[in-house]
Design a protein. Structure first.
Length: 203
């Protein structure tokens, strides 16, 4: 279950308005998100890699094959769905805390390299709210991106992480924490100066 709508609305919950000088950083962040998405689709979404190639880190860290781990993960998703309704914005903090505990168990004991565990725990922490929870969510989104930077849904984690930083009043850090992909670096790089053409020679 995704809490994308809930996370992207977090800017309205920020303790202070986003400074004017930070808006450029926010725009750069969303440009980087778009570029990162394009890079991910080019790398994995349209089959440029041969079928015999070894699985990438992102592919390995987005799969959950262990049955016990899958059971805990599904329990966390079910509790999260019971604890937060995206449409009505109603919350049951007790259910959300139990969901957070399930994802923590998954991360610490069963699947420490599973990016989905971190991303979903971050979603739950955002739904709970509070500065400590939001800071923990930023750490979890960053870890999910570190484990699976080229996953097909990595753009969701980038967007949610950026929205959470804005809610914490840290818009300048939207693009500053994780290393951007080559596509993102290209999108945010300054344009090179244009060369002036020499004047035509007079005959």
């Amino acid at each position: 279950m995704s809490y994308l709508l809930l996370c992207t609305a977090l800017a309205a919950l920020a303790p202070t308005p986003v400074p004017w000088q930070s808006r450029a950083a926010v725009l750069r962040g969303f440009r980087a998100v778009a570029a990162g998405t394009a890079g991910s689709l080019l790398g994995e979404g349209i089959g440029l890699r041969p079928a015999w190639a070894e699985p990438t880190m992102s592919e390995l860290n987005t799969k959950l094959d262990d049955k016990a781990a899958m059971k805990i993960f599904k329990a966390g998703l079910d509790l999260a769905a019971q604890g937060a309704d995206v449409e009505t914005q109603m919350r049951n903090v007790e259910r959300l805390r139990k969901a957070e505990d399930r994802f923590t168990l998954l991360i610490e004991d069963l699947a420490p390299n599973f990016a989905g565990g971190y991303a979903n725990r971050a979603n739950v922490r955002v739904a709970i709210g509070g500065d400590a929870e939001l800071r923990g969510a930023v750490e979890d989104y960053s870890k999910a991106l570190e484990l699976a930077p080229e996953a097909k849904d990595a753009w969701v984690n980038r967007l949610n992480r950026g929205s959470t930083l804005i809610a914490l009043g840290q818009a300048e850090e939207v693009t500053a924490v994780w290393p951007p992909s080559p596509a993102a670096r290209l999108a945010t790089a300054p344009e090179p100066p244009r060369r002036r053409r020499p004047p035509p020679r007079r005959r």
